[in-house]
Write a protein that binds this ligand. Structure first.
Ligand SMILES: NC(=O)CC[C@H](N)C(=O)O
Length: 368
């Protein structure tokens, strides 16, 4: 096993052993608290340009299979674990996580201090970092190089991960709706959840114009999750969709863009939410959902009151009970809504699956 080092931009350094591919990598250092779902995490395009540390102490136990990835490749810029599993134990596994990371060229590190790292990030906030295997330069030089790497704030990344060509995910069973889904970094489970409910999903490139969206003759429009700073994204297409009164649903990045289209702003959270057990309350029903999250930015909006937007009155529909951050938005008339978290639940609990049913109901009302 060869040496490796994790270097943070504020000079904090963690020594450990190389895991996965060797070399060096840079990204925003974040942590994920999920006890399960490392394959889904690794292949979530929203993690593009982020180095992800897992707080669960054993990673790789169930190896890697061909069914769980959320996209065709690993997107994380680097991977930090405490103790890689020495054995692979699952009937679906066809290789080890270590081999998979090597094959995908993902540089990782195993450190004993994932708890110290997480506490550091909670206090100081997410920051730039680098992993270097068999480093040949002194640590001070590595810190300098980390400081010169690009920051997440202001990063426009959706087009780097989204499909270049439109593709169609057919409805499972009888087709009831046509959905135009704008891909900003979409996870595979999302169109699948819609297809299960009778949607034929046309997944369009991130650069899709209003005309491209309308060419699909959609019953509803969907904006996906995705990497980068939502303040950089263009919301022209979404504004036209809302102006036309077409049913709209958004997830994560899609929620942030919906917020911006409504005239709200977004801001960077200190260290974000990444995991599968975040408590979110639906303000309409008071019901609490345990939900999957992956976001470092949030929408700034008034809680507990209706506010005016160019498309009618709106409200914050969901709130995170840990930090009161905005987790959902909706127009009061119900035709457009979005959530900051992950009802597609890959990985994660299925408490929020009803949101896909709601989208279908809105489309069904609009068809009538
Ligand atoms: N999963 C997502 O869509 C993430 C959205 C955005 N990049 C954020 O970090 O907040």
């Amino acid at each position: 096993m060869s040496n490796a080092v994790l270097v943070l931009e504020d000079g904090r350094v963690f020594h450990g052993t190389a895991y996965g591919a060797s070399g060096e990598t840079f990204g925003e250092m974040v942590f994920n608290t999920g006890m399960t779902g490392y394959q889904e995490t690794l292949t979530d395009p929203s993690y593009h340009r982020q180095i992800v540390a897992m707080t669960a102490p054993h990673i790789g136990n169930t190896g890697v299979n061909d069914e769980d990835p959320e996209s065709s490749k690993v997107w994380v810029a680097g991977y930090v674990v405490r103790e890689p599993s020495r054995v692979v134990s699952n009937w679906r596994a066809n290789r080890s996580l270590d081999d998979y990371l090597k094959e995908q060229g993902v540089v990782g590190i195993a450190i004993s201090g994932t708890r110290a790292l997480t506490r550091h990030l909670r206090e100081r906030g997410a920051m730039r970092a680098g992993i270097f295997t068999a480093p040949s330069e002194p640590v001070e030089a590595l810190v300098e190089r980390v400081r010169r790497s690009p920051a997440m704030e202001g990063a426009d990344l959706a087009a780097e991960v989204a499909t270049q060509e439109t593709y169609v995910v057919p409805a499972i069973g009888e087709k009831r709706f046509t959905v135009a889904a704008v891909d900003l970094g979409i996870k595979g489970m999302t169109p699948h959840r819609m297809a299960e409910r009778g949607c034929e999903v046309h997944v369009l490139p991130a650069t899709a114009t209003f005309e491209d969206v309308m060419a699909v003759r959609p019953d509803g429009v969907f904006f996906s999750n995705g990497p980068g700073d939502p303040a950089t994204a263009d919301v022209t297409t979404l504004r036209k969709v809302l102006e036309a009164g077409i049913p709209f649903f958004g997830i994560c990045f899609g929620n942030q863009l919906f917020g911006r289209a409504l005239g709200l702003s977004t801001y960077k959270l200190r260290y974000g939410h990444r995991g599968v057990n975040q408590p979110v309350q639906d303000v309409r029903t008071g019901k609490v959902e345990i939900s999957a999250h992956n976001h470092g930015f949030a929408v700034r909006a008034p809680l507990g009151e209706h506010f005016d937007t160019p498309y009618g009155r709106a409200e914050v529909s969901h709130v995170n009970l840990n930090d009161q951050c905005v987790e959902g938005l909706r127009l009061i008339d119900g035709r457009a809504f979005s959530v900051q978290y992950h009802p597609e639940a890959a990985a994660g609990p299925h408490d929020a699956a009803y949101l896909f049913d709601e989208f279908c109901e809105v489309m069904s009302r609009a068809q009538a």
